[in-house]
Design a protein around this ligand. Structure first.
Ligand SMILES: C[C@H](O)[C@H](O)[C@H]1CNC2=NC(N)=NC(=O)C2=N1
Length: 96
């Protein structure tokens, strides 16, 4: 099972993930796409990445803005899996 990260480890990792914010046991990023279809297409690519990792984000869709919330449920907080998924979401958003 993934190990919970310390506050210091999370803070250090977030210096390289400037779009992400910590909210307690969760990392969040809101991504605004050019249109609703573009936002949904990105959700689809994130879903594929998440399924390949067996690590799934919460996704809140509001027209063309989607908020991604990452937490490791089994560990009750933020682990390396959340950081890896955050990086992959950043890469997919940058390529969109
Ligand atoms: C059995 C399976 O490994 C778990 O249910 C996975 C699926 N996706 C998951 N996603 C997230 N974000 N946290 C988990 O603990 C988790 N557990």
């Amino acid at each position: 099972m993934a190990e919970l990260l310390s506050d210091t480890e999370i803070d250090t990792a977030l210096t390289k993930l400037p779009h992400w914010h910590r909210d307690g046991a969760t990392l969040t990023r809101t991504i605004e796409s050019a249109s609703f279809p573009a936002a949904i297409a990105l959700v689809g690519r994130v879903a594929e990445a998440a399924e390949s990792m067996n690590h799934h984000p919460d996704m809140d869709i509001r027209w063309r803005k989607v908020t991604y919330s990452l937490s490791t449920h089994s560990a009750g907080g933020i682990t390396g899996s959340d950081l890896e998924l955050a990086r992959r979401i950043d890469d997919l958003a940058a390529a969109a």
